[in-house]
Design a protein around this ligand. Structure first.
Ligand code: FES
Length: 134
């Protein structure tokens, strides 16, 4: 009987529906120093009620100038481990397999196949916002 397949699609389709990106505030502009790269957390675009703390995600945010920010994904492009920013070396380091990224997110060494992903970032009404796409 072919009833099972459409029923499965009906039950799971809402879980896999593409959701529109949402701007999330990560703090006041004045709370970030020009030239510094810091970790910020924010809610995913559409947290599911049962997701709890996993509905939060993180990024590395750098204030480039008065009104310019760059936001990098914390996920290594090799297998997804969270990368760490090393301000002394100005590098992103992945603890899992030795991946290294330059300050601009491009690959410096190790197995990562491509640069760190970036989020769009903007200043809006005194707040720094990141476009959450998950
Ligand atoms: S997950 Fe980062 S180098 Fe493998």
């Amino acid at each position: 009987m072919m009833v099972g397949v459409p029923l499965v699609g009906f039950v799971f389709k809402p879980l896999f529906k593409a959701l529109p990106p949402v701007w999330r505030s990560v703090g006041k502009v004045d709370s970030f120093k020009v030239g510094e790269t810091v970790a910020v957390t924010f809610l995913q675009a559409s947290p599911l009620p049962w997701a709890g703390v996993t509905a939060k995600t993180a990024a590395w945010l750098r204030r480039e100038s008065d009104n310019s920010f760059t936001a990098f994904s914390i996920s290594c492009t090799h297998l997804g481990c969270p990368v760490r920013w090393r301000p002394d070396a100005e590098l992103f380091m992945c603890p899992c397999h030795g991946g290294v990224y330059y300050k601009d997110g491009s690959v410096a060494a190790g197995p990562p196949p491509k640069p760190l992903s970036r989020y769009q970032a903007r200043v809006n009404e005194g707040q720094v916002e990141i476009l959450s796409t998950l």
